[in-house]
Design a binder for this molecule. Structure first.
Ligand code: SF4
Length: 377
């Protein structure tokens, strides 16, 4: 806590709020997107929005690992888990995400499927070693923060000579999602979503560095500030974005200098490059098919690729018509625009992925804004 309290200091937050208020030009609007759900939760938890002038608006982006997983890929994981010879292993949030026909991995487990929750990808190797007659599949999801662990686990599986272990790889990359937002018709043509600058996730940049964002800053003329997840980190990043926009600049700045460099973690990058490669195209929930936005296992490690081992088929399914997750992920709608927010859909009875994860926008609204929403309604 010693190193956290300083970044939650109320007096410092008030001082930063006064600076933002003084520097934000009353004659213009500032629309800033926090890409990551971790930032969304920090913003709600500490009431950051309430400290900002009314012309500085925050838009919640798609950076929630379980929210952006396309339903057909989750369906395929459930079908894999239902095989008699398979033990499916994944992170806890993933188990509760609703798939098509109101299914989930948790419900599949209740019906007899062998589904395990783990905190680390390496735990899947222990399960595989302990159950040599079972096919143990790690259902890998997430952005660049979890990708190196998956790559390391595959290398470890080879070193240990495990023959009954494979990975269903669904990792995605952050810069491709930001580019898709900037290229979307809502931003480029229809003006439905205005994004003047981005607050970038520091845990992603601890791995990939700040350099991959330089392209957007230059090409799309949008500033990016890589920020930590404490309230003062977020507020300082907002001030940095306001200043850049006032000065007509669009460059990448690093607020989280205590953990992020321009180059990132070279060792982690080498691990990923050894085992994984970009797919030509990958489907995201809400964003559709995006070129070079997801990772697959390289042919040199094909024996650990569950998609090849089990000939996994990903079949298109319609979205639940009541759920607005796709529009929320794109920043077009807010959770409170969904008619079943807080009634049919709650964290206990999630209808969409955005209500499941600790990083989902609907879960953040439900946890921190429900009272205000009910009072206003
Ligand atoms: S409230 Fe539930 S159903 Fe509505 S958009 Fe959010 S997750 Fe989907």
């Amino acid at each position: 806590m010693r190193y956290i309290r300083g970044f939650r200091e109320g007096a410092a937050a008030a001082a930063l709020a006064r600076l933002i208020d003084a520097e934000a030009d009353r004659g213009r609007q500032y629309h800033l997107m926090e890409f990551c759900g971790g930032h969304t939760h920090a913003i709600f938890r500490y009431g950051v929005e309430d400290l900002l002038p009314s012309n500085v608006r925050l838009i919640h982006g798609p950076g929630c690992p379980v929210c952006v997983l396309a339903v057909p890929r989750l369906d395929a994981a459930i079908e894999l888990a239902q095989r008699a010879d398979v033990t499916l292993v994944s992170y806890g949030d993933m188990l509760r995400v609703p798939a098509s026909r109101r299914r989930s991995l948790l419900k599949a487990r209740a019906q007899g499927a062998d589904v395990h929750m783990v905190y680390s990808a390496l735990e899947a190797l222990d399960i595989a070693a302990a159950h040599p007659k079972r096919e143990v599949v790690f259902f890998a999801i997430g952005f660049e923060t979890t990708t190196p662990a998956t790559a390391h686990t595959i290398l470890e599986a080879r070193r240990l000579g495990l023959k009954n272990f494979s990975v269903y790889c669904n990792h995605v990359v952050t810069p491709a999602a930001i580019q898709s937002i900037l290229d979307s018709p809502e931003v480029r043509e229809w003006g439905q979503v205005r994004v003047d600058g981005f607050i970038g996730p520091s845990h992603v940049s601890a791995v990939i560095g700040s350099r991959p964002y330089e392209y957007f800053a230059q090409e799309y003329q949008r500033p990016v500030v890589i920020a930590g997840f404490e309230p003062l980190d977020v507020m300082q990043a907002i001030r940095m974005l306001v200043r850049q926009l006032n000065d007509g600049q669009a460059c990448v700045e690093n607020q989280f200098t205590r953990g992020v460099t321009r180059e990132g973690n070279r060792k982690a990058q080498r691990l990923v490059a050894e085992v994984l490669e970009l797919r030509p195209s990958f489907e995201w929930r809400g964003l559709g098919e995006l070129p070079y936005s997801g990772l697959r296992i390289k042919s040199g490690y094909a024996e650990f690729d569950a998609e090849r081992r089990f000939a996994i088929e990903v079949k298109a399914v319609p979205e639940n018509a009541a759920c607005q997750c796709p529009a929320i992920i794109r920043g077009v709608k807010k959770p409170t625009d969904c008619k079943i927010f807080g009634n049919a859909c709650t964290p206990r009875t999630p209808v969409g992925s955005c209500m499941v994860s600790a990083e989902g926008a609907c879960a953040a609204y439900y946890k921190y804004r429900r009272g205000a929403v009910q009072a206003a309604g």
